[in-house]
Write a protein that binds this ligand. Structure first.
Ligand SMILES: Cc1cc2nc3c(=O)[nH]c(=O)nc-3n(C[C@H](O)[C@H](O)[C@H](O)COP(=O)(O)OP(=O)(O)OC[C@H]3O[C@@H](n4cnc5c(N)ncnc54)[C@H](O)[C@@H]3O)c2cc1C
Length: 471
């Protein structure tokens, strides 16, 4: 077991906060350095510009968060975050049609990302065992004889319009959680290490988001709507409940060169999707925000885990090592699970160096299934990418599996397990699932009668109707 010394966490996003919590159990002194000044409540801030878009926390991420911060699920729910059962509470239009709703075993939390971060941050602040230095930027990391020994930081001045003189902060362990714009690869190159191999799969998806007041008259038995894109209709959309009787709607527009310019165009795009159900739900909903856009949505994996030679005492967590197309909602779960793995490595390894090496490999193992799912799905937008035969068969299999999942309970559960990262990697290839996929959408339907769905909209195009027609 590792104990004592000082750990410094770079970045106070969700990955940095979770890592700080894991470190507090083992180090005498934990310092979290964040460039932004943290707001005094659940508010948007510059350093996490994407926080205003739909953020769902899937089950394995929720379990990891609960392990790090016991009781946090109830605390989040007390603040207005919603537990949404999948597929029970979700209208989910897959490429194979509306997924039948049944009593499943998966739950996602929905609510604003700002609220999630604030509740987690408050736990760290009130835990009293980590020093938070916000308004403090990391400008470099020091390495001596192959070992990271500290960081260089500078404080924001009182007016917030400039920086003070750089200062050194010694560390026994440095955790890079600076997110997508991490400079770790550049540091390695400067120190004479190999540069990690980097793979980028970019579906060129533009996100557009608007928050609405949920109409008082809204009466339906669903909590959330998710419309997946197809190659014929490359627009996905999600409606999730937010704390404060609000709905957040994000549209993910594959291959678009820009987001809708305003709420009117946002509604028009929603109307033209594979189903107009989101647009119809929004008809009487008052917009509370302008439309915001976000375009950095590629999958990018920097293979730090595969480098043979790596400076000792440096760890990367969260988006700094790799990130995923947000359409699959997995980044926060990966970050929380990596922090749990950090806790375990520090508890089990005989030395700090051994813990760091173990964590680097484990972080790659945690990221890989999420990467495969996201990239495997995104490759359909990139026909120019020529896959080897095995890859083409796998791609065919996964596309067909998603279609079959709409109508076949066991396949749906396997798919949800993969999405929530709750099952074994092999669950997608269980003989019953393989059989259902090979038989196609017709065979082996074991669903109970779908629950009635009340919603605004035209008669005859209820999700339940369509599901009945296709089976
Ligand atoms: C549009 C969109 C929607 C998403 N939806 C989901 C979802 O539904 N579910 C899900 O699980 N994931 C989702 N994600 C992914 C998720 O947001 C990320 O995986 C997550 O934010 C990663 O957290 P992080 O802490 O690694 O990085 P970040 O959140 O980017 O935090 C990095 C932090 O480091 C700080 N920092 C940077 N440089 C410095 C420096 N030099 N010195 C000091 N501080 C620094 C920044 O200010 C920031 O606070 C989505 C992502 C996007 C883009």
């Amino acid at each position: 077991m590792v104990a004592g010394g000082r750990a410094v966490v770079l970045g106070g996003g969700i990955a940095g906060l979770c890592a700080a919590q894991a470190l507090m159990r083992r180090f005498d002194d934990v310092v979290l350095v964040e460039r932004d000044r943290f707001p005094d409540g659940p508010k948007w801030r510059r350093g996490v510009p994407h926080s205003g878009h739909a953020h769902n926390l899937f089950q394995s991420g929720l379990a990891a968060l609960e392990r790090l911060f016991p009781g946090i699920e109830d605390e989040l729910v007390a603040h207005g975050i919603r537990r949404v059962r999948m597929p029970d509470d979700v209208l989910l239009l897959t490429p194979g049609g509306w997924m039948r709703r049944f009593e499943g075993r998966h739950v996602m939390l929905t609510g604003s990302r700002e609220l999630l971060d604030w509740v987690v941050r408050t736990r760290i602040e009130t835990g009293g065992r980590a020093r938070i230095r916000d308004g403090c930027e990391v400008t470099g990391v020091r390495v001596d004889a192959g070992e990271v020994t500290g960081v260089e930081v500078r404080e924001r001045n009182a007016n917030g319009d400039g920086w003070g003189e750089p200062a050194q902060l010694a560390a026994d362990l440095v955790v890079d959680a600076t997110g997508r714009h991490s400079r770790a690869a550049e540091w390695l190159r400067r120190w004479g290490y190999g540069v990690p191999q980097e793979t980028v799969i970019d579906s060129r998806t533009v996100y557009a988001t608007c928050v609405f007041k949920r109409p008082d008259t809204h009466d339906a038995d669903w909590e959330s709507v998710l419309i997946q894109a197809t190659t014929d209709a490359p627009q996905a959309g999600i409606l999730i409940p937010l704390e404060g009787d609000r709905w957040l709607v994000s549209l993910a527009l594959v291959g678009a060169d820009r987001a809708p310019a305003g709420v009117k165009e946002f509604r028009e795009v929603a109307e033209r999707m594979r189903s107009p159900i989101i647009a119809e739900a929004l008809e009487k909903a008052e917009p509370l925000t302008p439309v915001s856009a976000y375009g950095v949505t590629e999958n990018r994996w920097r293979r730090f885990d595969a480098l043979d030679d790596f400076p000792r005492r440096l760890v990367l967590v969260g988006d700094s090592a790799g990130y995923l197309n947000p359409s699959y909602s997995q980044g926060v779960s990966v970050a929380a699970r990596t922090a749990v793995a950090l806790d375990r490595a520090l508890a089990e390894a005989p030395t700090l160096d051994a813990a760091v090496t173990a964590l680097r490999e484990e972080a790659g193992r945690i990221f890989q299934p999420a990467w495969k799912l996201s990239v495997g799905s995104d490759l359909r937008w990139l026909p120019a990418v020529r896959l080897p035969l095995r890859g083409r068969i796998l791609q065919w299999y996964m596309q067909r599996l998603v279609e079959v999942a709409a109508h076949h309970r066991r396949t749906a559960l396997a798919l949800l397990d993969a999405l929530h990262m709750t099952g074994a990697d092999t669950a997608l290839f269980h003989p019953a699932v393989v059989l259902a996929v090979l038989r196609g959408a017709r065979g082996g339907d074991v669903f109970p009668t779908p629950k009635p769905v009340r919603r605004p909209g035209k008669p005859g195009d209820q999700p339940g109707d369509q599901a009945r027609r296709t089976t």
